[in-house]
Design a binder for this molecule. Structure first.
Ligand SMILES: C[S@@+](CC[C@H](N)C(=O)[O-])C[C@H]1O[C@@H](n2cnc3c(N)ncnc32)[C@H](O)[C@@H]1O
Ligand SMILES: Nc1nc2[nH]cc(C(=O)O)c2c(=O)[nH]1
Ligand code: SF4
Ligand SMILES: [Mg+2]
Length: 216
């Protein structure tokens, strides 16, 4: 598989926010959201070719235990091409969380080895067609992060959750931001709308601390 980076950091977003974790970022994404903060991951040939063995060895060598995040790009493009084996073997380091757009359902083999799906369904602010697969609203392992930049986006997220039967207790709103300044400004802009709709907000810890720096 093509691997962009393997690093240790704090999980910056979502249900596992704040946990020390090893991140494995796989290359390739066909979805191409307007706001994507990881555009360098889109190219299928980005990064370096590594076999699962080497990825697990490198991840283990960072010394962090307890939590692993597999992200991208869109990591599920690697279904049937090493992703299942990778997730199952990373589990010896800790709980496995997969960051995904939710467009592709997991295989049974992947689902066996994933502890959390951190799903980020795409609203109109992404400017792309990326329908959420119905697997996720009914998976007890799925949590949802909606990227929002203003009150209109919060309204759209609330309607989306209602329409797809996504359990509200598994939903977060997340500010669209790549700098600490934007992050604070967007939080202030969505704050009251989140309250009105009774939806939980996740900050982006790494953005607040470092901006959109690679390896953080
Ligand atoms: C780079 S994506 C990789 C995983 C997968 N492709 C996805 O979209 O969920 C990781 C997370 O970053 C979020 N994200 C990307 N760009 C962002 C931005 N500018 N502001 C806030 N969140 C962003 C995505 O929505 C997703 O939750
Ligand atoms: N600290 C940190 N937490 C993250 N959670 C999800 C990330 C991602 O890019 O998928 C990410 C990231 O890039 N950095
Ligand atoms: S699906 Fe994820 S990686 Fe792909 S463009 Fe959207 S935010 Fe970026
Ligand atoms: Mg990121």
């Amino acid at each position: 598989m093509r691997v962009l980076e393997i690093f240790a950091s704090l999980q910056g977003e979502g249900v596992n926010i704040g946990k020390p974790a090893v991140f494995v970022r796989l290359a390739g994404c066909p979805i191409r959201c307007a706001y994507c903060d990881t555009k360098y991951s889109w190219d299928y040939g980005a990064g370096v070719e590594m076999d699962v063995d080497d990825v697990v060895k490198k991840a283990a060598s960072l010394g962090v235990r307890g939590h692993v995040v597999v992200t991208g790009g869109e990591p599920l493009i690697w279904l049937g091409r090493g992703l299942e084996d990778l997730a199952c073997r990373l589990r010896k380091l800790g709980a496995v969380e997969v960051e995904t757009s939710g467009v592709y359902p997991p295989s049974a083999g992947l689902d066996r080895c994933v502890d959390y799906y951190d799903v980020s369904p795409k609203l109109s602010n992404a400017g792309v067609k990326a329908p959420l697969h119905p697997f996720y609203p009914s998976s007890p392992k799925a949590w949802f992060k909606f990227v929002v930049r203003d009150e209109g986006d919060v309204e759209e997220a609330a309607a989306y959750v209602e329409a797809r039967g996504i359990p509200r207790g598994r939903v977060f709103l997340m500010p669209m931001a790549e700098t600490p300044e934007e992050h604070a400004a967007v939080l202030r802009r969505i704050w009251d709308a989140a309250l009105r709709h009774g939806l939980r907000v996740t900050p982006r810890l790494h953005i607040a601390a470092w901006g959109n720096a690679r390896g953080r």
